[in-house]
Design a protein around this ligand. Structure first.
Ligand code: ADP
Length: 346
């Protein structure tokens, strides 16, 4: 059984082909700068054409789709109806869903007889209880406009959770974890009995931890103030919060490797802020979970930086909790999900 995984971004297309017996990667390709001036590859179609494999030997294609909203809460075979729903969710994930759809459309064109399966970043968090996913806004904001916490990085949290359960010799439905996906984008997840019960990202991936260039939690009035008093447009505020804030906003850099090496005040402050925010979430999730089998570090920062891990864990209350480092593999998790869906539909 061979399963391909496509992760299509607005200007990139990541592709991996797995042998599902051995979980070996048979082929991998990354095309970047799609459509940019001077780039050889101008469309997702061309990016997929550049992949040098025989599509007739593949059993299915799994697609990463960022936002499944509240209608698509688990992995699913893609048909016209699913495409319609993903498309209707584009306003909730304007940077991602249209690109993910592009990948789906191109794949369906390239190999019309293959099963295409959508795996959603939001799906793992669909188990959150209502008190976790509701915002304390007028009810109609949720009921009419679907404004709620969705959570992201779900395939990563789910993959890490299963690996951690295995490492701890526990069944999935008996493991309690706090998983930390710390990359350029970063999120924490409270997992009770193998299910997400809360997560730090919200309606969009902007909420929660201090990230590479995203602010994470702030008082929402700040945005109103910036618009009213400083004359920022909606687009400018969006850019400021998503692209110019976080570590970058505080110390003009977002690569933690470099920030750790620096000795200036701003670099030190940026790290202190990032670490404090992570600690606050761990503390809060310990309270929600009652007992925690392990705090799990993942993502570029979590997997590679012993320094950051040690600093995060340097809190009296965390001393009695195991910590694990697990390399995440979102593509493999997507391929595994495809296997389950194929099994269900066979
Ligand atoms: P993305 O969210 O873009 O997928 P990754 O999970 O690959 O990001 O994480 C990228 C980040 O990981 C880099 O910006 C860098 O800050 C951090 N990183 C990678 N290696 C190290 C390291 N050895 N020490 C500290 N940070 C690291």
């Amino acid at each position: 059984m061979k399963i391909a995984v496509i992760n299509a971004g607005s200007s990139s297309l990541k592709f991996k082909l797995f042998d599902m017996q051995t979980k070996e990667v048979l082929y991998a390709s990354l095309v970047e700068k799609i459509g940019e001036a001077g780039s050889k590859i101008q469309t997702h179609q061309e990016a997929l054409e550049s992949i040098d494999i025989d599509f007739s030997k593949i059993d299915a294609i799994g697609h990463r789709v960022v936002h499944g909203g509240d209608k698509l809460t688990s992995s699913t075979l893609i048909d016209e109806n699913v495409i319609q729903i993903i498309s209707s969710l584009s306003s909730l994930a304007p940077l991602h869903n249209p690109a993910n759809l592009e990948g789906i459309k191109v794949a369906r064109k390239k190999a019309p007889s293959l099963a295409n399966i959508a795996v959603f970043d939001t799906a793992f968090h669909s188990s959150m209880p209502k008190e976790a996913y509701m915002y304390a806004l007028p009810r109609e904001m949720y009921e009419k406009h679907h404004i709620r916490r969705y959570g992201f990085h779900g395939t990563s949290h789910s993959y890490i959770m299963k690996k951690a359960a295995f490492m701890l010799h526990k069944e999935i439905d008996e493991v309690n974890l706090i998983t930390l996906h710390l990359g350029n984008g970063a999120s924490a997840c409270a997992i009770k009995n193998g299910k997400s019960i809360d997560t730090s990202m919200g309606f969009t991936p902007l909420e929660g931890l201090v990230m590479g260039s995203r602010s994470g939690d702030i008082d929402p009035s700040i945005v109103l103030y910036m618009q009213k008093e400083l004359g920022l447009s909606i687009d400018e505020a969006d850019k400021l919060l998503n692209k110019q804030s976080g570590l970058l906003g505080i110390c003009d850099a977002n690569d933690v490797r470099n920030i750790i090496e620096r000795e200036d005040e701003q670099a030190k402050l940026a790290l202190d802020m990032m670490i404090r925010r992570i600690q606050k979430y761990i503390g809060a999730y310990m309270a929600l979970l009652g007992s925690v089998d392990a705090i799990v570090f993942s993502g570029g920062i979590g997997e590679n930086s012993e320094y950051i891990r040690a600093r995060v864990l340097d809190v009296q209350m965390f001393q009695n909790v195991n910590s694990l480092v697990i390399q995440t593999d979102e593509e493999l998790e997507i391929a595994n999900e495809c296997l389950l869906i194929l099994d269900k539909n066979s």
